[in-house]
Design a protein around this ligand. Structure first.
Ligand code: CA
Ligand code: CA
Length: 193
C-alpha cells in the first residue's frame, strides 16, 4: 500500500515538473514582405533578472523554438543577426529619408521609419542619414542600432509615424506560445528592397 502511494506521489511529482515549463516558438521573417524567412537569427529568452534561460538559432524556414522555460515568469525575447551592414542600403534610401524628414513625402510604413533610425535614438533625423551615407562609403561598417532590429509581427502602431515604442518583445509565459512571429527590419533599408 505504501509502495502504491509512493508511486502515485512520484508520478504526480514528475507530472508537476513537466507542467511547470513551456515553450515559445514562431517564425522570423523579413519586413520587406513578411514572408521571406531569416535563417541564422540568434533568438534568446531572457528572464526579468537578465538571466539567459534558453537560446536557439532560426532554421532555413525562419523557425525557432525556445524550450523548458519555467512558467509564471516574464521573458524578453532578444533577437540578433549579424549579416552585412550594407545589405539593402543605397543612396536611394538616404534620399527617401531626406524626403521624409523634410516633409516632402512621408515613408508609408512604420517598419521603414524604424529602419531609418540608424543611431537608435528613437527618431529619424539627418544624423541617421549621415550614418547611412558613411556605411555606403565604407567609412563605417556598423550602425549604432545594429544591422537589424526585431519586433513582433502582431505589433500594432497607434501612431504609425512614431513607431518607436514598439520595439521590446516581452511575454508573460503561462502555457506554450506557438505563434510568436517576429519581423526583422534591416537598418538603413528604408525602401525595403
Ligand atoms: Ca535616429
Ligand atoms: Ca534600400
Amino acid at each position: 500500500m505504501k509502495r502504491i502511494y509512493l508511486l502515485t506521489l512520484s508520478l504526480f511529482c514528475s507530472f508537476a515538473l513537466v507542467a511547470q515549463t513551456a515553450s515559445i516558438s514562431g517564425t522570423v521573417t523579413m519586413a520587406s514582405d513578411n514572408i521571406t524567412p531569416l535563417e541564422g537569427v540568434s533568438v534568446q529568452a531572457v528572464d526579468a533578472n537578465g538571466n539567459l534561460v534558453d537560446f536557439t538559432t532560426t532554421s532555413a524556414s525562419g523557425n525557432y523554438v525556445l524550450e523548458d522555460l519555467p512558467v509564471g515568469a516574464t521573458y524578453s525575447i532578444v533577437c540578433s543577426f549579424d549579416g552585412s551592414v550594407l545589405l539593402g542600403v543605397s543612396t536611394m534610401d538616404v534620399v527617401l529619408g531626406a524626403m521624409h524628414i523634410l516633409g516632402i513625402e512621408s515613408l508609408d510604413s512604420p517598419y521603414k521609419i524604424l529602419a531609418g533610425d540608424a543611431n537608435d535614438s528613437g527618431s529619424l533625423s539627418t544624423l541617421d542619414l549621415v550614418l547611412m551615407r558613411r556605411v555606403i562609403l565604407n567609412i563605417d561598417n556598423t550602425f549604432p542600432a545594429g544591422s537589424w532590429r526585431f519586433i513582433l509581427e502582431s505589433t500594432s502602431f497607434p501612431n504609425p509615424m512614431n513607431p518607436f515604442d514598439a520595439t521590446n518583445i516581452e511575454v508573460q509565459l503561462t502555457d506554450d506560445i506557438n505563434n510568436l512571429d517576429i519581423i526583422g527590419i534591416k537598418t538603413g533599408d528604408l525602401q525595403q528592397d
